[in-house]
Design a protein around this ligand. Structure first.
Ligand SMILES: Nc1ncnc2c1ncn2[C@@H]1O[C@H](COP(=O)(O)OP(=O)(O)OP(=O)(O)O)[C@@H](O)[C@H]1O
Length: 227
């Protein structure tokens, strides 16, 4: 496994303008995440954690600074290339699962693979494998509304890694779950990061879970500091 960082942000600046006021959310935030590493992103509400994840996830462009995914500088790439990188290299998990309500658990994991060009057959095979790994082999045909909160979040994890991304970005991935379920879903996530060599950046307010990650970075006044 290479030890070069899979995700790197350098001196990232983000400013929003609202009603004539400039809100400087990020003022030179830098971080790097290595393969197989899970890094907690902490900080008070409004500190800019989601903003930072949006920039790392190539969903927003920073006003200044650099974003590199697997060594490739991305902040100035054309939209089409960024979209492709997002599809091929990045996985996202949010607080609320955002699964498609009309589709089964299996189909929710199949679809992103087919969008990426995989055959239905190969996609189904991989989806089955991932769901089984997350303890959901008996839930493949359930629609999201028929799954528990923890199961829904496990399907969201399977979907996020379906295209074998190199970077996983998660925004409060267990924020909607009770303590015990959060702990067990988190354990599955950590196991996936360790065994696949993903670089994971996880924003959370959950202190015990942040403690279980490899490192903790706090957003304080627009910059990142190691805790
Ligand atoms: N598109 C936008 N336009 C204007 N202001 C924005 C925009 N996006 C975020 N902000 C502001 O930037 C700041 C940081 O927001 P962000 O959602 O990144 O914080 P956060 O640390 O993720 O908070 P939480 O823990 O509550 O999710 C907030 O003050 C927010 O109002």
């Amino acid at each position: 496994m290479s030890s070069a960082p899979t995700l790197e942000l350098r001196q990232v600046v983000q400013t929003f303008y609202q009603a004539g006021n400039a809100i400087e959310v990020l003022k030179g935030a830098s971080l790097s995440v290595l393969p197989g590493e899970m890094v907690a992103l902490v900080g008070p509400s409004g500190a800019g954690k989601s903003t930072l994840l949006q920039i790392a996830g190539l969903l927003e462009r920073p006003r200044a600074g650099e974003v590199a995914i697997a060594g490739e500088r991305c902040e100035r790439l054309p939209d089409r290339r960024r979209t492709r990188l997002r599809r091929e290299r990045l996985g996202f998990i949010y607080q609320f699962h955002h699964l498609l309500a009309e589709f089964s658990a299996l189909e929710n994991v199949v679809l992103p693979q087919m969008i990426a060009g995989r055959s239905r057959r190969a996609a189904r095979e991989r989806a089955r494998e991932l769901l089984a790994r997350l303890g959901l082999d008996a839930r493949e045909s359930h629609r999201p509304s028929r799954l528990s909160g923890g199961e829904q979040q496990r399907v969201a994890i399977a979907r996020a890694i379906a295209n074998a991304p190199t970077v996983l970005l998660a925004d409060e991935p267990t924020g909607n779950l009770d303590y015990e379920t959060a702990d067990s879903v988190f354990t599955s996530l950590l196991d996936i990061v360790r065994t696949t060599g993903l670089a994971a950046l996880v924003a959370t307010h959950n202190v015990p879970l942040a403690e279980r990650m490899d490192r903790r970075l706090a957003l304080e006044n627009g910059v990142l500091v190691s805790l």
